[in-house]
Design a binder for this molecule. Structure first.
Ligand code: 2OP
Length: 451
């Protein structure tokens, strides 16, 4: 088991060849066009067609979108079909300005039981698109399917924002179970992508991570995170610390870097952190991470996963409530430019850090790939990451070009996954999202233009 994981980690770090000096100008259009050619054709199954039509309607109809989010939120608490139907009818009635909601209200009122069943099934169907299993064992067949296709995975155990110490203990124990179950499974397979990689949220490891006392939260999570780092080191697995809302960013960063600075972790495990490009100060955040990496040489260089950021709506609402300037870019193009600038800085910093570019935006992906090619970086120096359910086609296209890709795979149940599901729906239905523009058939050259 150790051997398999060690081989993969070595393959990704120590054996990377010396980088030749930059030779060519990055050709984003060429790399992007090549990727676009590899996108699989959208499924023509009736369920997929209906889902695409529904998503387009949600993009165009903010009232229906708000009603859906409230429904997704209350769905796990509904115990009977009558409950589901009543909630659905109330929420649709609230969205009275929406023509789709008006039609749906009539349907629900005329056929309460079948409508409730359809709505409940709809939410579950949607959840299963994003969640690969209830626990590690249940998720294994899907992980194997990815590994076999040359796609790596990082497992995310749903259940953020715990409220008691006992819940945090249970969460940490489930994380350990995932690490051990996947290690045993990976050891039995000799596929190069069968490495073990777990993403954890600090808010799930302590009930104390609150906006008004983030340092206390870091203290609360320290022992549990230290234990998981030890387990990951023992198994040769990778542990990635996720970033959450802005008010906890500093505490999560400080905790992660403090723990990784401890002498016992200098030789492992392989570990990573997240940089959120939508934060106006993300350039300074990268300065801090690079300075730390320079001062703390590690056998497995720190992996930095660059993301746009998943809490945009939350940050904007919070800031408005307090009368603050939002910490995030409110202009999509400015955010995309920041993502590209950070991608270049990260790639320039290899091998001090390992780089993961997590995006579903073809332009951002092509930009990073073209820049890495122009630097002459070995393809192992960079991996792309996508989210299960949102980035499936992107994942297939990246894998088909022979570049490394890892899919973020949530594991858990519907109740624990609600907050995650709502973030994915917000992304999928936001009317400035790349995925929405792509699904609506926007022209490729325009999609690949510099932001
Ligand atoms: C989220 O949980 C993917 O970590 C990201 O939304």
């Amino acid at each position: 088991m150790l051997q398999v994981s060690r081989r993969i980690l070595q393959d990704m770090t120590t054996s990377a060849p010396e980088r030749p000096p930059a030779t060519a100008a990055p050709d984003v259009q060429a790399v992007g066009t090549e990727l676009a050619k590899r996108f699989p054709r959208p499924s023509r199954s009736p369920a997929a067609v209906i889902e695409r039509r529904m998503m387009r309607r949600l993009v165009d109809d903010p009232e229906l979108r708000a009603a859906l989010f409230r429904f997704v939120d209350v769905r796990p608490a509904c115990t009977t079909r009558e409950d589901v139907a009543r909630h659905l009818a109330e929420l649709l009635a609230d969205a009275a300005g929406s023509p789709t909601a008006q039609r749906a209200t009539k349907l629900v009122n005329h056929a309460r039981r079948p409508a409730a069943l359809a709505a409940a099934t709809g939410v579950e169907h949607m959840a299963h698109r994003f969640i690969i299993g209830a626990d590690a064992r249940d998720a294994l067949p899907e992980l194997e399917r990815l590994w076999r296709r040359g796609v790596a995975a990082t497992v995310d155990l749903l259940g953020e924002a715990t409220v008691t110490e006992a819940e945090a203990d249970r969460y940490a124990a489930r994380c350990e179970d995932v690490l051990r179950t996947l290690s045993a499974a990976a050891a039995a397979r000799d596929w190069p992508c069968a490495d073990v990689n777990l993403s954890v949220k600090v808010s799930a490891l302590t009930p104390e991570l609150r906006p008004n006392a983030p340092r206390r939260g870091a203290d609360g999570a320290r022992e549990r995170l230290r234990h998981l780092l030890r387990v990951a080191r023992e198994l040769g697995a990778h542990l990635h610390i996720d970033m959450e809302s802005f008010d906890t960013r500093e505490a999560v960063t400080a905790l992660t870097l403090q723990l990784l600075s401890e002498p016992e972790f200098a030789a492992g495990p392989s570990a990573g952190i997240v940089l959120q490009a939508y934060l106006v100060e993300s350039g300074e955040h990268l300065d801090e991470l690079l300075a730390w990496a320079a001062e703390h040489p590690r056998e497995h260089p720190l992996t930095i996963r660059l993301v746009k950021g998943a809490y945009w709506d939350n940050e904007v609402v919070q800031a408005a409530q307090h009368g603050w300037e939002p910490p995030v870019f409110t202009d999509r193009a400015a955010c995309d430019r920041q993502f590209e600038a950070l991608s270049r800085r990260l790639l320039d910093s290899v091998p001090l850090v390992r780089v993961a570019i997590a995006s579903h935006n073809l332009r951002s992906i092509a930009h990073a790939a073209a820049y890495a090619d122009a630097l002459g970086l070995d393809e192992r120096a960079l991996e792309f990451q996508v989210l299960r359910g949102l980035g499936d086609e992107t994942e297939a296209a990246i894998a088909a070009t022979g570049r490394r890709v890892r899919t973020y795979c949530p594991v858990g149940d519907l109740v624990a996954g609600m907050a995650y599901l709502v973030r994915r729906l917000l992304e999928n239905t936001s009317n400035d999202s790349f995925l929405a523009a792509h699904a609506a058939g926007a022209d490729l050259t325009t999609l690949l233009e510099a932001p």
